[in-house]
Design a protein around this ligand. Structure first.
Ligand code: ASP
Ligand code: MG
Length: 469
């Protein structure tokens, strides 16, 4: 008997869907909750499948037909094997697996003919992994006696038309959910929704950015007025630091939305950075839980926590570069250069992780991901062609031996002397600090250090702030 009427949304990530064995666990966790209340689950592609699909399309674009065929074979084998392991009578599901992969194969072959992969077509083809997982999960649940139905987020999540990194249109998403999900809830059917994707108002498929299934789940939780969102991963929750770097890193029992978002943006691989935004208005709590150890409590992410003191976590990013733009004494205005540089980077879609400047020389630096460097540099050099030619600006400099550390915690607001202690701890390790930025929220202190000292600096900060277990 159901004791509650407020829906719960749960999301299973790639590792939680990674094999027949994992799918069984995810199905059990879903069934347990489905017996208590209306539950919608959101599933990612099986681990590594999205990469495989991307690789297939890139091979198609290059005309590598044997490569494409080999990938398609791997894709088919993995999903068919999974169906065979999960179900006594998998024929119907396997037929649909072939159908979905057949659709993908046609799109890949189209890209091969064209010699290119238009963003719109990629967005249509890429959620193939999620479509397969949703199909298999729903079929398996049905085979164990749970009324479940796979639902495409193409019919649920309405987005803008920024292909590859779309944002939700919440009012329209609500309407779609009302039409598609509510009737299923009314019949006590468990919807199994494809993560990662949505569609524009005129129904062109879009994707929400890599790792976007977390975001799908939070969009759905908000649209359904869910009581909670549970995100199932393969770690025990959100930790005070990366346990591979810091031995005594510990799982946090609770953190705030703002802290979790800062950690996600600063490279902690806990949540898709945009996940929390849709939940803020309704203040829907999120649990980050481990499907490999479901008995552990996990981390609760909530709007506010009382009695927060000091930082809660420290995280780092090593795959970053510092790009400097420096006007020469002949330049007209350093500020104008900065404005133009920002505009240029924004136009090319490069995300700035930190900005620092030194006022006396009017030089300024941007920290960007290594993967964005080429784009950032090309864009800057194109924008400043004239300034560079006339000697108003020095050549764009790149320092790739840097790392970014972020110390995050609500309790850092107005804790006097904290920054000083953190910097002292870093210098004790004889690590050079290149730049410091404190966000206006005072929630995060971001520190750019020499790359070779980054790991030690993380440990020193973790120690100094007493974050360990
Ligand atoms: N399968 C997608 C990806 O790998 C979405 C996700 O896993 O959240 O990016
Ligand atoms: Mg994932």
């Amino acid at each position: 008997m159901r004791s509650e009427s407020i829906p719960l949304v749960m999301k299973f990530g790639g590792t939680s869907m990674g094999s027949a064995e994992r799918i069984k666990v995810a199905a059990r966790l879903s069934r347990e909750q489905h017996e208590l209340r209306p539950v919608a689950i959101v599933v990612s592609a099986m681990s590594k499948i999205t990469d495989l699909l991307l690789d297939t399309m890139s091979k198609a674009e290059k005309g590598d037909e044997p490569g494409v065929d080999a990938n398609l074979a791997t894709l088919t084998e993995r999903h068919v094997a999974c169906c065979n392991e999960l179900m006594r009578d998998p024929a119907e599901t396997i037929a649909r697996v072939h159908e979905i992969i057949g659709n993908f194969a046609r799109m890949a072959k189209g890209m091969m003919l064209l010699g290119e992969r238009p963003l719109q077509s990629v967005d249509k083809a890429l959620p193939t992994g999620e479509r397969l997982s949703a199909l298999i999960m729903a079929a398996y649940l049905q085979s164990t006696g749970v009324a479940a139905k796979d639902v495409s987020a193409w019919n649920l999540i309405a987005t803008d038309d920024v292909f590859g990194n779309a944002s939700p249109l919440m009012a329209e998403t609500r309407e779609r959910c009302e039409q598609v999900i509510q009737p299923l809830f009314d019949q006590e059917i468990l919807p199994v929704v494809t993560g990662f994707c949505g569609s524009t108002l005129d129904h062109h498929p879009t994707t929400l950015g890599r790792g976007g299934s977390d975001f799908s789940a939070s969009i759905l939780a908000a649209a359904l007025d869910a009581g909670e969102l549970w995100i199932w991963t393969d770690v025990d929750g959100i930790m005070t630091a990366d346990p591979r770097l810091v031995k005594d890193a510990r799982v946090l029992s609770a953190i705030t939305y703002a802290e979790a978002a800062e950690l996600a943006y600063a490279g902690a691989k806990v949540l898709h950075p945009r996940t929390l935004a849709p939940l803020v208005e309704k203040q829907i709590p999120v649990w980050s839980k481990n499907s490999f150890a479901p008995e552990k409590p996990g981390t609760r992410i909530v709007p506010e926590i009382e009695s927060a003191d000091g930082p809660h976590a420290v995280t780092s990013m090593g795959d970053v570069v510092l790009v400097s733009v420096e006007p020469t004494p002949h330049a007209f205005s350093g500020t104008k250069l900065m404005a133009e540089a920002l505009e240029a980077l924004d136009a090319s879609g490069v995300e700035l992780l930190a900005i620092t400047s030194s006022s006396y020389r009017q030089s300024f630096c941007f920290l960007v991901r290594k993967a964005d460097l080429k784009r950032a540099r090309t864009q800057l050099e194109e924008t400043f062609q004239l300034e560079l030619a006339h000697g108003h600006m020095k050549p764009v400099q790149v320092d790739d031996q840097v790392g970014l550390i972020a110390v995050v915690g609500e309790g850092m607001r107005g804790t006097p002397g904290l920054a000083g202690r953190i910097f002292t701890a870093i210098s004790r390790e004889k690590i050079n600090i290149i730049a410091i930025a404190q966000g206006s929220s005072e929630l995060t202190i971001a520190i750019v250090v020499r790359r070779e000292g980054m790991e030690n600096a993380v440990r020193a900060i973790h120690d100094e702030c007493g974050l360990g277990g």
